[in-house]
Ligand binder design. Structure first.
Ligand code: HEC
Length: 342
């Protein structure tokens, strides 16, 4: 029945106020149900109908997560060592998936929250971020949080700033050192030759952060998502390609990641990776430390692809030859110490 309501609203649009009241009177008392599946559908329909009670009934469910119902994924995990490792790590530290689903639906409720309920909501997301998921898990949580924040009032956002500014990406638990150098302006062939030396795993991993790669790329579960996840690079490319991608980023630009030049109606020009949302474009600028800009689609006057990679080109120039070997060796081993050359 709940699915029928949901499908009817999608197909036929919103019910009249009288219908809405009648359906709320029927459905409101059913939440919470003993069944998680029923709760998910109830919260979905009640949220759509803007039930005045859905927040106060769903928040206790979210704030007190039940042990997750685990599918039998161990067989799947054993099929592939690369993705299998991620699945096994998740099974060991499984996120509260059911409650994340409730929170995902509730992000759309604009009004009817007390500040305490808002606080509970964002604290739940912060807790959920401590569990393990797939590579996109922190990104999904961040987007739930950002959309829920978009539905908060300015006063609420201000009051909650301390708990919502959190970076959901896990941070490294090993020491990171600056490159020792001395660097130089590496030519491609020199850099390829340097990358052939025997690498050191710890040093490569540290350089992955101190040479800024982690600002934009994930590898081994850590790092940003401006550029492609490098975990599968060794499946696709050889060492030469990787060195070339670093020395000469604009030579081959992977198609999903080309940058755009965006002209806005107010005359401003933005340059960066453009990611499309429903009504907005998010532009991630070239500088890894710069903050992304969100613009409404109707503010955009024109947009075209840029032939310049988003990736800065002189990143290797602080590194000495052995450090190049360490960094490239770390990437070719996909961040996995077991695959590291002995
Ligand atoms: C400012 C963000 C940024 C930084 C910092 C950065 N990259 Fe990139 N990188 C990108 C983007 C965006 C792409 C995809 C566009 C392209 O292919 O040029 C890319 C592409 C790559 C590719 C090619 C991947 C493929 O699938 O073709 C490799 C390899 C790579 N980067 C390695 C590195 C390494 C190693 C570092 C650190 C020394 C680094 N990157 C630093 C943004 C960055």
């Amino acid at each position: 029945m709940l699915r029928s309501y949901a499908v009817s609203f999608i197909r036929l649009g919103r019910p009249t106020e009288g219908e809405r009241k009648a359906i709320l009177a029927q459905l409101d008392p059913l939440l919470p149900s003993k069944s998680g599946d029923v709760n998910t559908e109830l919260i979905r329909v009640l949220t759509y109908l803007n039930s005045p009670n859905v927040i106060s009934k769903a928040m206790p469910l979210i704030a007190n997560p039940q042990p997750p119902e685990l599918p039998d994924w161990s067989e799947l995990a054993s099929r592939n060592s690369r993705y299998g490792g991620t699945v096994l790590a998740m099974l060991k530290n499984h996120p509260p998936t059911r409650e994340i689903g409730y929170a995902f639906i509730l992000r759309n409720m604009r009004t009817g929250w007390t500040l305490e309920q808002r606080r509970q909501y964002f604290e739940f997301l912060n807790q959920a971020a401590k569990y393990s998921g797939g590579a996109s898990y922190p990104g999904y949580l961040s987007r739930i949080r950002d959309e829920a924040l978009g539905n908060c009032s300015n006063e609420e956002r201000e009051a909650l700033a301390e708990i919502t500014g959190e970076n959901f990406n896990p941070s490294p638990d090993f020491p990171i050192h600056d490159p020792v150098g001395p660097g130089k302006a590496w030519e491609l062939n020199e850099a390829i030759a340097a990358a052939g030396a025997k690498p050191n795993f710890e040093n490569g991993r540290s350089l992955y952060f101190s040479a800024k790669c982690a600002n934009c790329h994930r590898l081994g579960g850590l790092g940003g998502n401006i550029g492609p996840d490098l975990t599968s690079v060794p499946n696709k490319f050889d060492r030469r390609y990787v060195v070339e991608a670093i020395v000469n980023p604009s030579k081959n630009i992977s198609d999903q990641y080309g940058s755009s030049i965006v002209l806005l109606e107010d005359g401003r020009v933005l340059n960066g990776l453009a990611v499309e949302g429903e009504n907005t474009w998010t532009i991630y600028p070239m500088q890894p430390d710069a903050k992304e800009e969100i613009v409404e689609k109707d503010e955009v006057e024109a947009m075209r692809n840029s032939s310049v990679s988003q990736m800065p080109s002189e990143l290797l120039n602080n590194l000495n030859a052995q450090e190049i070997a360490d960094l490239v060796g770390y990437i070719m081993a996909a961040g996995d110490p077991k695959k590291f050359p002995k």
